[in-house]
Design a protein around this ligand. Sequence first.
Ligand SMILES: C[S@@+](CC[C@H](N)C(=O)[O-])C[C@H]1O[C@@H](n2cnc3c(N)ncnc32)[C@H](O)[C@@H]1O
Length: 193
Amino acid sequence: MATEDQKRWDEKHAGKRGDQPSSSFLVEILSSASWQIAPGRALDVATGRGRNACFLAERGFSVDAMDISEVALQEARKTAQARGLPINFIQAELEQAALPGAAYDLIINFNFLERSLIPKMKNALKLGGHVIFETYLVDQRVLGHPRNAAFLLGHNELLELFRDFRVLYYREGKFVEQGNAAYRAGLFARKVR
Ligand SMILES: C[S@@+](CC[C@H](N)C(=O)[O-])C[C@H]1O[C@@H](n2cnc3c(N)ncnc32)[C@H](O)[C@@H]1O
């Protein structure tokens, strides 16, 4: 049976159709000659309509993509099918979901913040695996959605959350994505122990 959270997210996703551009932060990191991340097994946390999962699958990753919203996942499945991408979409409430240990080469998390999930994400990464994480900063409140402090990162918070990883790239500030400016923090880091 659908939880209140699932219903709320299903309503938010209802009526939203079509392909969305992948995150420019993700594209920048995976296209950079500096790191050359080899394809492997990847997890997209809170995939939404799957824009980033599709990007990873196109780059040769074998992708699991989780989201609470069946409505979002239906759209994601259509997009992946149209593009011939064999993504494993999983409907799950991430706080309750068990993630396999040391299973993934890459975990991505975009526009979603559930701090309690971070230890599980770390455990699900292989040693030497990478995380790419980008979401809104506390400064975003002056620009608009989201405003709830629970879903906004403090300054340097993302760095602190991954201080046991080797941070390869980090940025904070106001960035334009698809023509919209937003305050975000972005991190790319490697599990080293
Ligand atoms: C703002 S959207 C971001 C989607 C995607 N990561 C992107 O950047 O396009 C946040 C997503 O988190 C999902 N979500 C919210 N709470 C969740 C939960 N507890 N478990 C799993 N997914 C959740 C929503 O359904 C929604 O698709």
